[in-house]
Design a protein around this ligand. Structure first.
Ligand code: FMN
Ligand code: SF4
Length: 425
């Protein structure tokens, strides 16, 4: 098993304080980065193979290299700490247990593009994390790790904590940037991408908490060390997995990228309680299509899961046992997305709403013949046709649940009730 990197401070008394961070070797990456050129910082991150931990797995160093060098506007670094995907609760661990690791990663990102300011957009409900982050920023300013003269270098970097607006769509990168600027969190059409037109219409690096938290370690210990972690050279480093649902030991686990999903459930999380068996595993948050029990002997990495028609997403593994009705579960998903659609695009606004309506009637025992074809048809129209991918994020799992558990949906419709009635809550 690999040594903890992102979870070193978990369970450490006062681990979130600057003094504790410095004892763990904190801010050595920033010190080293201050002696490097911006290009060499980006090259090191590129060579590490670090891929974005917010969902899409986009190469981090490559994203940073898209920021124009000679742009007249100021540049910014923005951290996405909105963490709103159902099933995801891993960034909160970093925010609460090791906030200086994130600040250090953001400061290094600032150096790589010549930014003097960074913003952490934190989910508004994370009240404790916001307080801890604000204290960490105060400590870092007090001791010269942030401010007008970072570690005596003459460089200016400051970071600001911004409480989120309370909508899932504010986690989508351009929705977040709109919200950060005080506007409604409506995603923008891309291109232009945030690297060119980002925060306050200026060039911006935008990354997830976990992505940025990896950066100090990559700079301190080198790209080769990072690439040596995990069995797959295109999926490097460790990954935080937030495991929930029907396992004996749910929680956040740091494991090498590419760890086996079956082992995660059985060996790390203690298996399924109450003598029950697995019915489905959602490997990457509510937007990820489910895997059936016979499909879970698989490597948890971006490429393997994509090849199986699902995704690693944010690493939120939701385990579902055989007491659960798949119709009810799917309706929970449609209800969420119908509520969270921002309404700008017709396929998403109408599609999420109609999927929820039809799923609800099936769930309540009023399903009609042809409903499943209708659902699949609506899903088809929702994919690849909208400003952001929230629409796809609803259609993909719904389509997969209907296709993989079709007999259960059909039984609901033909019997006019849940065939499992009395066996689930
Ligand atoms: C509807 C929606 C919600 C999202 N929510 C989050 C979120 O809460 N946190 C996050 O890091 N990324 C979220 N993302 C992904 C971001 O748009 C973006 O890709 C990511 O923050 C980039 O960081 P990374 O390259 O480090 O992964 C969301 C995307 C969509 C479409
Ligand atoms: S896809 Fe949905 S959430 Fe995204 S911009 Fe369009 S309406 Fe809004």
């Amino acid at each position: 098993m690999v040594e903890p990197i992102l979870t070193r401070a978990v369970g450490v008394e006062g681990g979130h304080l600057l003094s504790s961070y410095l004892e763990r070797g904190g801010y050595q990456g920033l010190k080293k980065a201050l002696s490097m050129t911006p290009d060499s910082i980006i090259d090191e991150v590129k060579r590490s193979g670090l891929r974005g931990r917010g969902g899409a797995g986009f190469p981090c160093g490559l994203k940073w290299s898209f920021v124009p060098k000679d742009h007249p506007k100021p540049k910014y670094v923005v951290c996405n700490a909105d963490e709103g995907e159902p099933g995801t609760f891993k960034d909160k661990v970093i925010l609460e247990c090791d906030p200086h690791m994130l600040l250090e990663g953001m400061a290094i990102a600032c150096l790589s593009i010549g930014a003097e300011a960074g913003y952490i957009y934190v989910r508004g409900e994370f009240v404790r994390a916001i307080k801890i982050l604000e204290k960490a920023v105060r400590e870092a300013r007090r001791d010269g790790y942030l401010g007008r003269n970072v570690m005596g270098s003459g460089k200016k970097i400051d970071i600001f904590v911004h409480s989120g607006a309370g909508a899932y769509i504010c986690g989508e990168e351009t929705g977040l940037l709109e919200s950060l600027a005080g506007h409604r969190g409506h995603p923008r059409l891309k291109p232009p991408f945030p690297a060119v037109v980002g925060a306050f219409d200026s060039p911006t690096i935008l990354n997830n908490v976990e992505t940025l938290a990896c950066v100090p370690h990559i700079i301190t210990r080198g790209a080769d060390w990072f690439t040596s972690i995990g069995p797959n050279p295109k999926n490097t480093g460790t990954k935080l997995f937030a495991v929930s649902g029907h396992v004996r030991k749910p929680g956040v686990y740091e494991l090498p990228m590419g760890y086996n999903l079956k082992d995660l459930i059985e060996k790390v999380c203690g298996g399924i309680p109450d003598g029950r068996s697995i019915k489905a595993v959602i490997p990457g948050g509510s937007s990820a299509p489910p895997l059936k029990p016979e499909e879970i002997d698989v490597s948890l990495d971006f490429d393997t899961l994509a090849a199986m028609g699902t995704m690693l997403g944010s690493g939120a593994v939701i385990v579902v046992d055989d007491s659960v009705c798949m119709v009810k579960l799917t309706q929970r998903i449609t209800r969420f997305y119908a509520h969270e659609s921002c309404g700008q695009c017709s396929p998403c606004r109408e599609g999420t709403h109609w999927l929820d309506l039809i799923m609800k009637r099936i769930e309540e025992g009023n399903g009609r013949e042809g409903d499943l074809e209708l659902i699949l048809d609506i899903c088809q129209g929702m994919m690849g046709t909208t400003i952001c991918v929230l629409s796809d994020a609803c259609a993909m799992p719904v389509k997969a649940f209907v296709e993989k558990y079709r007999d259960e949906f059909e039984a609901h419709i033909s019997r006019g009730r849940c065939p499992m009635r009395g066996t689930h809550g």
